[in-house]
Design a binder for this molecule. Sequence first.
Ligand SMILES: *[C@@H]1O[C@H](CO)[C@@H](O)[C@H](O)[C@H]1NC(C)=O
Ligand SMILES: *[C@@H]1O[C@H](CO)[C@@H](O)[C@H](O)[C@H]1NC(C)=O
Length: 149
Amino acid sequence: MVQATPVLLVLFLALGAPSLAAKKCILSGRWVNDLGSNMTIEAVNENGDFAGSYHTAVTATTNEIKVSPLQGSMQKSRNQKGQPTFGFTVNWSFSDSITVFTGQCFVDNSGKEVLRTMWLLRSRVENIGSDWKATRVGTNIFTRLQLQE
Ligand SMILES: *[C@@H]1O[C@H](CO)[C@@H](O)[C@H](O)[C@H]1NC(C)=O
Ligand SMILES: *[C@@H]1O[C@H](CO)[C@@H](O)[C@H](O)[C@H]1NC(C)=O
């Protein structure tokens, strides 16, 4: 029994640690962020293009929230080590606004996939004099949406 701990540690270092380091972050799937907004990213094609849909939990307008389409690109260069950068645009279907996100798909220290993103939200303003106040900036953290059985 006394020997068990070092044996397990050796097994972890031999098997566990390398597989953790090699785990890739896959962008496709369903994600939820820190505000409770959900998004679905469809399959990423060979050029890195993808489409999807975004269901926001928050809005800067008084309009009723509707699921909105998104279109993006994932960087497919060879040296990303399974943690790719990406960007996408959400074309809000219930307002005149547009949001662009950029981010990176990480595998965190516990082996969980996480999307760290920043966004710019452009609202429509009536005239150029209001241009200065038309853009908001923020950050969001997405984790993979786990569905209950
Ligand atoms: C996100 O998905 C969860 C689980 O399906 C659901 O309970 C929640 O209402 C959704 N939120 C939005 C804003 O779509
Ligand atoms: C953007 O949204 C508008 C309004 O909802 C819609 O007509 C248009 O097809 C959308 N474009 C894309 C590329 O999804």
